[in-house]
Design a protein around this ligand. Structure first.
Ligand SMILES: Nc1ncnc2c1ncn2[C@@H]1O[C@H](COP(=O)(O)OP(=O)(O)OP(=O)(O)O)[C@@H](O)[C@H]1O
Ligand SMILES: [Mg+2]
Length: 150
């Protein structure tokens, strides 16, 4: 577990760009944090770094947006309305997770479905300031440290 604080939107974009370099097909990142904390903004910045040309918007309804990056697809999920592991399983999305990078907002309710995952909790810290708490799980414990993101 490590923490990174930033002071403005550019800080979020820089951080997301560094993380984008580390992600590859099969990966799962789970974002949590209050409404408006910047989960979608972070996903947008990752997708921008990957050269995604489609609009990256909050997929609250429908629950899933799929984008094309150069070498993989991006599964952008907003699980705000999903209340249980069963509900998540019933969506039947497993087949997509191997070939794409999953970026999941509000995914903490079923995080354990992904034994290898990077959890990022975002909190407000002033107006444009944000605090990012990184919780690597499984293989992520050896794949990431604060140093590579600063
Ligand atoms: N440092 C920052 N990082 C991210 N967003 C910021 C920052 N400073 C200001 N913002 C603004 O905060 C808002 C974040 O909205 P966003 O939709 O990304 O939140 P969210 O966490 O996805 O919300 P929801 O829970 O509704 O899905 C945007 O309007 C963004 O421009
Ligand atoms: Mg959002």
């Amino acid at each position: 577990m490590f923490e990174i604080g930033i002071t403005d939107l550019q800080g979020t974009e820089r951080l997301a760009g560094k993380l984008a370099d580390l992600l590859r097909a099969g990966d799962c990142v789970i974002f949590s944090g209050p409404l408006g904390a910047g989960k979608t903004r972070f996903v947008q910045a990752i997708c921008q770094a990957w050269g995604v040309t489609q609009d990256v918007t909050s997929p609250t309804f429908p629950i899933l947006n799929m984008y094309r990056a150069d070498n993989f697809s991006v599964l952008h999920i907003d699980a705000y309305r999903i209340e249980s592991i069963k509900e998540f399983r019933d969506l039947g999305l497993e087949e997509y997770f191997d070939e794409g990078v999953a970026l999941i907002e509000w995914g903490e309710k079923f995080a354990q479905e992904f034994p290898d995952r990077l959890e990022i909790a975002i909190d407000f810290s002033g107006d444009e300031g944000r605090r990012f708490r990184f919780h690597p799980v499984g293989v992520w414990t050896t794949r990431i440290a604060a140093g590579v993101l600063i």
